[in-house]
Design a protein around this ligand. Structure first.
Ligand SMILES: [Ca+2]
Ligand SMILES: [Ca+2]
Length: 177
């Protein structure tokens, strides 16, 4: 596995472990959903519910695919097995990416403003300096917006464990705690 991909697996695990207790559990995904929906005050209830649904699916996919010892939790050792069959996570990650970028585009224009991007990515747990670097890498327009579809594709690439050399690697330097 490429080094960038290993780093990303580690970072994504830290992000998903929203309460920071070292294992992934159902509660982590509820907590993350609370944080992210709170960062999307201009979105509709339906859009926020879609994000919650995508996080619930994310958890059920992870626990059904990766909870090898059957204790209802996914520890880091179990989680690393996600790289063996990345295709099993693709539909789940695609739904999450769509739900998240929709929250970033409350006007429905296919564009995400820097402030909304910062708020959502901070809620997920990324470090502000890294979020800024990623936004800039997307080459924002003069009025400081990026294409929602570009971000959506990057989320899918980022959470896929088998990719490397992508703009999202700017996020791999660590996570907020
Ligand atoms: Ca946890
Ligand atoms: Ca387990």
């Amino acid at each position: 596995m490429r080094e960038e991909a290993v780093n990303r697996v580690r970072v994504v695990f830290s992000l998903l472990d929203a309460d920071g207790n070292g294992v992934l559990e159902s509660a982590d995904f509820d907590l993350m959903a609370d944080r992210v929906t709170a960062a999307a005050p201009r979105s509709t209830d339906e859009e926020r519910e879609a994000l919650r649904r995508s996080f619930r699916r994310y958890w059920t996919t992870l626990v059904s695919e990766l909870d090898t010892d059957g204790d209802g939790r996914v520890d880091f050792g179990e989680y690393t097995a996600c790289v063996l069959a990345p295709e099993r996570f693709e539909p789940t990650i695609a739904e999450f990416a769509r739900a998240l970028t929709t929250l970033g585009d409350p006007e429905g224009q296919g564009l995400v403003a820097r402030d909304d991007f910062m708020a959502l990515m901070t809620a997920i747990g990324f470090v502000p300096a890294n979020i800024t670097a990623l936004f800039d890498a997307f080459e924002p327009s003069p009025d400081d917006r990026i294409e929602a579809s570009v971000w959506e594709a990057e989320i899918i690439a980022y959470y896929a464990p088998d990719k490397a050399g992508i703009p999202g690697d700017r996020l791999a330097d660590g996570v907020a705690s």
